[in-house]
Design a protein around this ligand. Structure first.
Ligand SMILES: Cc1cc2nc3c(=O)[nH]c(=O)nc-3n(C[C@H](O)[C@H](O)[C@H](O)COP(=O)(O)OP(=O)(O)OC[C@H]3O[C@@H](n4cnc5c(N)ncnc54)[C@H](O)[C@@H]3O)c2cc1C
Ligand code: FES
Length: 269
């Protein structure tokens, strides 16, 4: 992604919709960002004018709605997301993006396995809509039914969708990685033509990466890290990369957030 494509748009919030307990979908009119964004890229949002909070907050692009509306699915965490949730339609915010490197789906794959944990569903919703391969299986894990995002109203379109909750209060009971393991243990022919795309908490991503290695299935992961600048200038978002790579640390904001799973030094996370 060349820096020339990054825009800072003074954008109107066109809607806010509650999607689950503490989770909202926000539509933001940002035609420049909407025109060029690819799944896996993110935006940095200044949640209000002034110096408090000082830093923009990073959010994956969850989709594009015509004409020129960027969708962001966000979970209430702290001050910044609380402020975001109080913004009314018609108000304006500053949105910087699209940032980072997104997913690179392999056109030769006929089967995409999308695996999300919690709010990690956001960039995969966008990816599912853009995939060209006919077969795609979406496995979305949540703690319990209260966190389950109403996937259809979040614009998730996918031929097969599995909802998994840790306590079994909705969908299948267990961990989303259990479902992935079952699928990978299935037909060997299926493994040969599949790719995995994952986003979620680090323990989940570690397990996904280890399964992809065990079964020899290519895997791309979208990582999170604390970010200050989002542009590669502050070094705040470093994650350990494989030593064989030129740099032992990778920057989530500019080298990622999407990485081949094999490029991350998981044992150091
Ligand atoms: C590339 C990228 C994409 C993201 N996409 C999404 C998304 O689509 N939807 C979404 O809801 N969130 C997403 N996040 C996380 C989101 O940026 C944070 O939840 C948000 O910045 C929290 O801001 P806050 O002011 O509400 O909380 P703060 O007051 O900043 O933090 C509250 C608490 O959460 C912790 N925290 C803050 N940010 C992170 C983080 N990135 N990772 C782990 N802990 C954190 C802090 O240490 C603190 O303990 C993404 C993060 C990155 C780096
Ligand atoms: S957030 Fe500043 S270098 Fe990545």
């Amino acid at each position: 992604m060349s820096k020339a494509c990054v825009m800072d748009e003074n954008s109107e919030v066109v809607f806010q919709r509650k999607m689950a307990d503490g989770v909202f979908l926000m539509g933001i009119e940002s035609p420049g960002i909407a025109a060029t964004a690819i799944p896996g890229q993110f935006v940095m949002i200044r949640v209000r004018d002034g110096l408090d909070p000082l830093l923009r907050r990073p959010f994956s692009i969850c989709g594009i709605r015509e004409p020129g509306v960027v969708l962001v699915l966000y979970m209430l965490v702290g001050e910044g997301t609380q402020i975001l949730s109080r913004i009314l339609p018609g108000e304006r915010i500053s949105v910087l993006g699209p940032l980072g490197r997104g997913f690179k789906p392999d056109e030769k794959d006929s089967r995409a396995l999308l695996v999300s944990g919690g709010i990690g569903i956001a960039p995969l919703i966008f990816l599912a809509r853009r995939l060209r391969s006919g077969e795609a299986l979406f496995m979305a894990g949540f703690r319990s039914s209260r966190q389950v995002i109403q996937v259809r109203s979040a614009c998730l379109v996918c031929p097969e969708i599995y909802i998994v909750t840790e306590d079994g209060s909705e969908g299948e009971r267990g961990l989303v990685t259990d479902i992935l393991a079952e699928r990978l243990k299935g037909a060997a022919s299926e493994r040969g033509r599949s790719s995995i795309y994952a986003c979620g908490p680090v323990p989940m991503l570690k397990k996904v990466a280890s399964l992809s290695k065990e079964f020899g299935v290519p895997c791309q992961v979208s990582m999170e890290a604390h970010m200050a600048c989002g542009l590669g200038a502050c070094q705040g978002c470093a994650v350990p990369g494989k030593r064989a790579l030129a740099d032992a640390y990778l920057h989530v904001c500019k080298d990622g957030p999407v990485f081949p799973a094999g490029n991350i030094r998981w044992e150091s996370l």
